[in-house]
Design a protein around this ligand. Structure first.
Ligand code: GDP
Ligand code: MN
Length: 338
C-alpha cells in the first residue's frame, strides 16, 4: 500500500499546497454560472480549471443559478473544489419563463420555421428562456445584487493559461465595462429584426449613445446595416452597473417588448455586444488577449509577445480562432487602430 512505500511523502514533507494567496485589493466581484443539475460534470471541470489557473490564489466567490433547485449532490461536488464562498440560487419564475405577453401561436410558428431551417436551438423554448435571462435578469438575481463585477463561466469551458493578475481589478482601475476573448458573426436567421429595433431605439434615445462608441465595429454604413459581429458572451468579465444603469435598462425593456427573444431567437451575445458597442466608449471594451479560453468548438490562444509562455498555456497558438475566417477579431483590431 501507499503507506508502506518508503518514499511516500508523509507529514511534514507532504501536505503542501502550491497556493500563494493573493491578499491585495480585491474588486467587489463574483463568478456566475448558469447551469442545470445535469450540467454537473461539465461545471466541475470548468471550476477545477479556473481554480487551477486563477482563483485558488484569488478566492473570488461563486454564484450558481438555475431555474430549478440545485441538488445536494450538485452543491457538494461543486463546493469541494474551492476554498471560496459558493452560493446556489434559484431563479425567480418571472425572470425565466416566457411571459404571458408573448403570443404563443406566433412564437410557435417562429420556432417551427427555425427548426425547419436547421438553426441551432431553433425549436427550443428553454434556450430562449436562457438567452432572455442572460440578457436582462442575471444581474438582478438577489445573490448577485451585492456584487458589481462578474465573470461568466459555463460548464465544459477551458482556461488554457495561468492568469497572473486580477482581471477584475484591471477592469476597475482602467474604467472598463465589458470584456471579451472571442468575437464572431451571429446567425442572421436568429435575429432578422433585431438591428431594426436597435436603430429605432437609438432614434428614440440618442441621449444614451456614447460619444466614442463602437458602432463602427458593427456597421460600416453608420448603422444602416449590421455586419453580425458580436462578442461571444459565454466568456464575460463585466460591470453589472452597466447592465443595471438607465441606458441598458431602457434598451432591454424596449427589446423585450418587441418579443424577439421568443418570436425569433435573439441571443444574449448580440444583445450585450450591441449595448456595449453603443452605450460604452470603445476604450471601455477590453479584449483579453492573455486569457486563453475555449468554448467548443473555438479557442482563443494568446498571441501577444511572450503571453503564451508567461501563461504556461495549454492551447495551440497556431490554432487560435482569432485567425479564423468566421472571427471578427481582424475587424476589431482595425476598428481599434483607427
Ligand atoms: P450555447 O453555449 O449557446 O451552446 O448554450 P449552452 O447550452 O452552453 O447554454 C448556455 C449556458 O446556459 C450554459 O451555462 C448552460 O449550462 C446554461 N443553460 C442552458 N439552458 C439552460 C436551462 O434550461 N436551464 C439552466 N438552468 N441553465 C441552462
Ligand atoms: Mn455554451
Amino acid at each position: 500500500t501507499l503507506e508502506n512505500f518508503p518514499s511516500y511523502p508523509s507529514e511534514p514533507y507532504g501536505g503542501h499546497t502550491n497556493e500563494t494567496l493573493v491578499t491585495d485589493y480585491h474588486a467587489n466581484a463574483t463568478f456566475v454560472i448558469l447551469a442545470r443539475n445535469n450540467d454537473l460534470n461539465g461545471a466541475v471541470r470548468s471550476i477545477r480549471e479556473i481554480e487551477d489557473r486563477f482563483n485558488r490564489r484569488y478566492r473570488y466567490p461563486y454564484v450558481f443559478l438555475n431555474e430549478e433547485p440545485f441538488t445536494a449532490e450538485f452543491k457538494s461536488r461543486i463546493s469541494v473544489l474551492t476554498s471560496s464562498k459558493v452560493e446556489f440560487g434559484q431563479i425567480p419564475k418571472e425572470h425565466w419563463y416566457q411571459p404571458d405577453s408573448i403570443d404563443e401561436a406566433k412564437a410557435k410558428a417562429g420556432r417551427d420555421k427555425m427548426e425547419e431551417q436547421n438553426i441551432i436551438y431553433g425549436g427550443s423554448v428553454s434556450y430562449r428562456n436562457m438567452c432572455r435571462f442572460n440578457s436582462g435578469f442575471f444581474f438582478k438575481h438577489p445573490l448577485m445584487l451585492k456584487y458589481r463585477w462578474y465573470w461568466r463561466i459555463e460548464p465544459d469551458v477551458h482556461f488554457h493559461c495561468d492568469i497572473l493578475y486580477d482581471p477584475f481589478v484591471f477592469m476597475e482601475e482602467q474604467k472598463k465595462v465589458y470584456s471579451f476573448t472571442i468575437t464572431m458573426y451571429e446567425y442572421q436567421a436568429t435575429i432578422p429584426t433585431l438591428w431594426g429595433h436597435v436603430m429605432d431605439f437609438v432614434k428614440l434615445h440618442p441621449e444614451y449613445i456614447a460619444k466614442d462608441n463602437s458602432l463602427g465595429f458593427m456597421s460600416t454604413d453608420n448603422g444602416a446595416t449590421y455586419n453580425l459581429c458580436h462578442f461571444w458572451s459565454n466568456f464575460e468579465i463585466a460591470d453589472m452597473e452597466f447592465w443595471r444603469g438607465p441606458a441598458y435598462t431602457a434598451f432591454f425593456e424596449y427589446l423585450d417588448k418587441q418579443g424577439g427573444f421568443y418570436y425569433e431567437r435573439w441571443g444574449d451575445a448580440p444583445v450585450h455586444s450591441i449595448a456595449a458597442a453603443l452605450f460604452a466608449s470603445r476604450d471601455q471594451i477590453q479584449f483579453f488577449d492573455d486569457i486563453g479560453y475555449e468554448h467548443n468548438p473555438y479557442t482563443h490562444c494568446p498571441k501577444g509577445k511572450g503571453a503564451w509562455e508567461k501563461g504556461k498555456c495549454s492551447c495551440d497558438p497556431l490554432k487560435s480562432f482569432d485567425y479564423d475566417g468566421y472571427s471578427c477579431m481582424s475587424k476589431w483590431d482595425r476598428f481599434i487602430e483607427q
